[in-house]
Design a protein around this ligand. Sequence first.
Ligand code: MG
Length: 501
Amino acid sequence: MNSKFEELKDYLAEIHDLYTVASVLSWDQQTYMPIAGVESRAMQMATLIKHAHELFVSDKTGQLLDDAKAEISDKDYDSLEVSLVRVTRRKYNRLIKIPTKLVVELTKATSLGDIVWRKARETSDFSIFQPHLEKILDLTIQKAEALGYEDRIYDALLYEFEPEMKTSQVEKLFNELKTGLIPIVKAISNKLDIIDDSIFDQEFDEDKQWNFGIEVIKNLGFDFKRGRQDCSAHPFTTGFSTDDVRITTHIYKDQFKSALFSSIHEAGHAMYAQGLDKKFNRTILRNGASLGVHESQSRLWENIIGRNKNFWIFWLPHLKKFFPTQLEEVDVNTFYKAINKVEPSLIRIEADEITYNLHIFLRFEIENLMLEHKIKVRDLPELWNSKMKEYLGIFPENDAKGILQDIHWSHGMIGYFPTYSLGNMLSVLFYNHAVKDIPAIPDEIKEGNFEPLLNWMREKIHKEGAKYTPGELVKRVTGEPIQTEPFLTYIKKKYSDIYDL
Ligand code: MG
């Protein structure tokens, strides 16, 4: 007879399959599905999620969790068995608070919201999206209230993406970051013109951009035998097992940096997903420790590596073979400075490493106001624009480049944006520790060898999956808590060199 633990594992595996099939549908919706299919797709998603939720929050799960826990009481905290029970129990205790009806409503609203958002962004018309966002926000507030919180409503939602992190902690970290970053932005703003990035004012053939991007991410370690890349309105990564991880990018002829850095960013997420222990397939552990830790990987490859001079010492000669006319004259120093030009810009995902964080502060403040009923959805575009002016000194000419630029709210992902800046901080913390352990990493990058760095990440972070909370994982890997200092030091050094500050 099967043990109780095996019974639990098999039961959870079927539920995991249902959620995974829903992610396949979501991938399809964002890549190839004709928009006309949206109504039926919303129903299909809602049906799947309803069954998955009902099975998961059933008394049976609770009973199996209790029985399995008793049975494996001699196993270690770190073992797959104890970790699976612990992490599942944490999720179970949360999800049983959310009524199935609310889960179904949210799934329908966000599936429709995705398509309506795309239409609204294409036509730059917030009024189309407004009723959908009102509905999504209302349901999300209901969800947060059902989950409960002690201090701030934001805490209830943040937990889903960054377990055990509190809104007040995020505020403290963000205030430190602001204090550190704003003087650098000011100092650079007097020297904006010293960086010549006119090479990017040219057109770059889309197919060649695609092919170059593929070559780069293959070399970094994205395994195309266990994944693929497609195009979507907003780049994203999703995975159905460690052997099937999908990424997307978007390509614009007149914005060379966009496709490449999106591909590298998503490949960073994907290498994490491909690097998880295969034993975690069909379990809740087939996940990152948190979205902040996930972003630490995507931002690491995108910025610390992809915007690194050593990286371009290796890659620029290859890139010149793809674009001999456009790049004939450029040397590595000029190219390196051009890809790191700091400039207040409207679109978060295209922003430089410094001002990127200002976009996150703005979004985090607005989300808190939304959840605390301090702003109406219809007034969001105006608030957005005034905050852009306050933080970045620029003003979007339309809502497509303002409030409508990101997909996440349409997916109900409210309480999620801080994970990007947490990821920035963690990326530097992890990279510093990797180099401390393997001092040759920077020189290896110059040779186009990314294996030592990837292997370090695999060993310390990827293979652990979702076994530990982000706080536990960061402590285990670095011996330190998440903090702003390493990131600020990295930024100061890099940009003092580039801008001669
Ligand atoms: Mg990301």
